[in-house]
Design a binder for this molecule. Structure first.
Ligand code: IMP
Ligand code: MG
Length: 177
């Protein structure tokens, strides 16, 4: 598995520090707001699990599953595979994403959830790849801005593999070309 990685982009130590800092910041910003953290599966699962351990305010959690990608290129279409189980009307939402790339997925999700009249919607992403943005969307909270490379690990996959790497690595181009 590790021989598919060209280089480590973000180490375990760097992940830990940045995720802890984001948890503290969100706790300050949302004290008394009782937000719902909405994890966008599957890529968010490790990031969200670590993030939540640094959030020390009253909150709830829910998950959505969407798919928009096959391989390394977006199909442009977003499909909801699992919807929310909580009522979100009047609540403060924080969407938790692994990576904001073209922005097509999150833009779609935001519009989809807006119809249910939440009090607010914010985006917390582990990584942001601004060079590839196609939709008019930004992250309210972002741990790392990264260059335009395909990365895996810490929850992120290439065709469902490599999610279990404890760091963020750049995949060797020959793996997907
Ligand atoms: P967007 O709609 O282009 O912003 O795509 C967002 C989704 O694409 C992310 O939530 C990831 O699941 C996936 N994705 C985008 N870039 C990468 C990457 O470098 N590695 C792994 N998955 C990625
Ligand atoms: Mg994702």
């Amino acid at each position: 598995m590790k021989d598919a990685i060209e280089r480590v982009l973000i180490s375990e130590e760097e992940l830990e520090a940045a995720v802890a800092e984001m948890g503290k910041q969100i706790s300050r910003d949302y004290a008394d707001k009782d937000p719902i953290f909405i994890g966008v599966l599957k890529g968010c699962f490790i990031f969200m699990a670590d993030l939540m351990r640094h959030v020390d305010i009253s909150c709830s959690m829910d998950f959505m599953a969407v798919s928009s990608y096959s391989g390394t290129t977006s199909t442009g279409a977003v499909k909801i595979n699992k919807d929310l189980s909580e009522i979100i009307e009047g609540r403060h939402l924080i969407l938790v994403e692994d990576i904001l790339d073209s922005g097509v997925t999150l833009n779609y999700l935001k519009n989809y959830l807006m119809v249910r009249k939440p009090a607010s919607i914010a985006v917390a992403t582990l990584m942001d790849k601004p060079a590839r943005r196609r939709a008019d969307i930004y992250a309210d909270y972002s741990c790392f801005e990264i260059p335009d490379a395909f990365v895996v690990g810490y929850g992120l996959d290439y065709n469902e593999r490599y999610r279990n790497l404890p760091y963020i690595g750049v995949l060797k181009p020959e793996i997907y070309s």
